[in-house]
Design a protein around this ligand. Structure first.
Ligand SMILES: [Fe+2]
Length: 133
């Protein structure tokens, strides 16, 4: 079964009596703000086309720091603002906070452990497959 919602395609695949839900995302450069996934779930994400920029923070990072919702005039909640402006300010203000950053290219798979803060910016149009569990 294939369900199309917004920019995501949800594919439900029956595999040996188990049902696996996989989300294929085809997204523009806007992406996702820093967040933790619901119910403490972990996730994996595999890119087939495009490049994603990721940032992750350990679960012990305070909620007031990782999402860093302190905006200046002209800034908004888009991920590009976070990566371009808020994240550099956060790292300067809290140099002891560990953040893990990297680029994900086609063929790369990233694992996001449960309760880890994470945000992603699609640097170009991307096609990816992801699953929370
Ligand atoms: Fe997420």
């Amino acid at each position: 079964m294939v369900v199309v919602r917004a920019a995501a395609v949800v594919v439900v695949v029956a595999v040996a009596a188990a049902v696996v839900v996989v989300v294929v995302t085809i997204t523009d450069p806007l992406s996702a703000q820093v967040h933790t996934d619901p119910l403490g779930t972990a996730a994996w994400n595999a890119v087939t086309h495009g490049v994603k920029r990721w940032v992750l923070f350990e679960p012990s990072t305070p909620k007031r720091i990782a999402p860093c919702r302190i905006y200046r005039p002209g800034e908004d909640t888009e991920a590009i603002m976070y990566f371009d402006f808020l994240l550099p300010r956060l790292k300067e203000a809290y140099p002891d906070v560990r953040c893990y950053e990297g680029l994900q290219h086609p063929g790369d798979l990233i694992f996001v452990p449960g309760d880890w803060w994470h945000g992603v910016l699609n640097l170009e149009d991307c096609v990816a497959v992801t699953q929370n569990y």
